[in-house]
Design a protein. Structure first.
Length: 138
């Protein structure tokens, strides 16, 4: 499976593109789609057949907690084929470049072992990302 990372400064339209991509994938995916967001403001734009998860209800302090959060979702629904994650830097309270690198490695493992494709947006300057993240840039 794969990871596609969309990085850029805040306000560049990454969220709109991610929502459109998730909605478009409904017609081509055979499994369930999950859209993880740091708040519920996009709930009316994400198609009703996509499971929207608002993480403001689940404070995630670091990338390890986020990885556990993903594993928890997959343990409850093995039919998830795609996970869209909007504003990763808004979901995880503490996220530096070392954390991003470790998170990308963990998500690669999850993607491969669970046959799940990930689409992630991250508010940052793409040139400042670690190598582990840059290789997934879309």
């Amino acid at each position: 499976m794969a990871i596609k990372l969309f990085a850029g400064e805040k306000g560049e339209g990454k969220t709109r593109k991610l929502i459109a991509l998730a909605n478009d994938h409904l017609s081509i995916t055979e499994g369930h789609i999950v859209f993880i967001d740091d708040d519920g403001r996009n709930m009316h734009e994400v198609h009703r057949k996509i499971r929207l998860v608002d993480t403001s209800e689940y404070p995630l302090v670091n990338y390890r907690e986020f990885v556990s959060f993903i594993y928890g979702m997959l343990s409850q629904n093995s039919d998830i084929s795609e996970i869209f994650i909007d504003s990763l830097s808004g979901i995880i309270e503490s996220l530096n470049n070392d954390d991003i690198a470790a998170l990308m490695i963990a998500i690669e493992k999850i993607s491969t072992t669970n046959d799940v494709e990930f689409f992630i947006t991250l508010n940052c300057n793409p040139s400042e990302l670690p190598t582990e993240a840059k290789k997934h840039m879309a």
